[in-house]
Write a protein of this length. Sequence first.
Lengths: 109, 182
Amino acid sequence: MESLTQALKVVPLNHYILLSAIIFSIGVIGVLIRRNAIVVFMSVELMLNAVNLLLTVFSVYSNDPNGQVFVFFIMALAAAEIAIGLAIIVMIHRNTNSIDVDILNRLKW
Amino acid sequence: MPVKVFLFTSRMSIFYFIAFLSILFSLLVIFSKNPVHSVLYLIITFFTFTIHYIILNAQFLAIVNFIVYMGAILVLFLFVMMILNLNKDSEPTKSIYVKLAGVIGGGTLLVTLVAAMKGLAKSQPVVLQSVNLGSVKNLGQVLFHEFLLPFEVSSILLLSAMVGAVLLATKDSNPKSTKPTV
């Protein structure tokens, strides 16, 4: 652990921000280009994880444990969100026999 | 001291190697055709995030990420996929213009974020100042002193989510009932 934390001393903060921005953008692209509802959910998970990583990095950067507590709360919230979302997907699949998000346009008009 | 220089560069390259793996596998998540492959790539992506947390010495978050995300959430994804029998490449694809528009939109977001980051001052390196910042003891003290009320409220959130998930996913036992089902 001690030798691994030494790796931190040469990584600038901007590179962590860049990594999180790239992964968040990949999540946004995944939401936009996929039609499978489960893959859309996985892209949302990617976005949540990018934000989690960035909160942890800023927590370490400013020596403040509050950021890591926030990440803990985000993880609890993500678990609840995924449980509800997958239940909704199961219900939709039972009613329409598909999980294509383009079918679910009845609220559109 | 060539050995010391080698150790220094190898330590520096741990982060970049893991970051490269994170980006690669998250790209594979959204571009693979089979949703089961997407879930498996997502497991690897979350594992690289766990390694990031270990590098940052956030031990509690590394364990929680490992157990909750890789152990619980992705197993839930796989179970739903197994129940719905979705492991086939039958997903209708969007048209190429919609895909192109999505990629351009996400790329524009990325360019905006990076440009905003370039406006910052020159960044300091991330240095771990106290070693037990992310330890279970330290985080537990913060969680149960300052954040006690949000902690209790999140338990109510989890309970209501559990009740809601059971209510949503149970089959309607009486389909002829007058209540609207959807």
